[in-house]
Design a binder for this molecule. Structure first.
Ligand SMILES: [Zn+2]
Length: 122
């Protein structure tokens, strides 16, 4: 092969690698709703299209305040000792989570509606 062929192959591989990186890093699936779990059980789900401001009762008198605004979910307040959940960034992509370990509260983003949660939300 000539030198130019190698340059062409390397260029194609580089472009493929860049596309793959962009796809995995930036084109993560947009979330469409979040589920709220306490102690491993899903207790609520909310659409990311709705603006909400709710208090979640966690374990051991735990209270977490979740806000959904502009398609992003964020824990804005909590009475847990570490406040790690409050410091986590707003989430909006599929499979992103905010976890409050002390209160056992987990907020998770999902890409599309799933029927299996309907029975749980009451
Ligand atoms: Zn917390």
């Amino acid at each position: 092969m000539k030198k130019n062929d190698w340059i062409l192959i390397i260029t194609i591989l580089l472009i493929a690698a860049i596309f793959w990186l962009i796809h995995t890093k930036f084109l993560q699936d947009e979330g469409s709703y979040v589920t709220i779990s306490v102690d491993g059980k899903v207790i609520h789900q909310y659409s990311l299209e709705d603006d909400i401001d709710v208090e979640i009762k966690g374990v051991n008198e735990g209270i977490n305040r979740l806000v959904i605004k502009n398609g992003k979910a964020k824990m804005i307040d909590a009475n847990c000792p570490d406040k790690l959940c409050v410091h986590q960034k707003a989430i909006s992509k599929d499979k992103e989570t905010i976890v409050c370990l002390p209160n056992k509260v987990v907020i998770e983003v999902h890409a599309k509606e799933e029927q299996e949660y309907d029975a749980v939300v009451k």
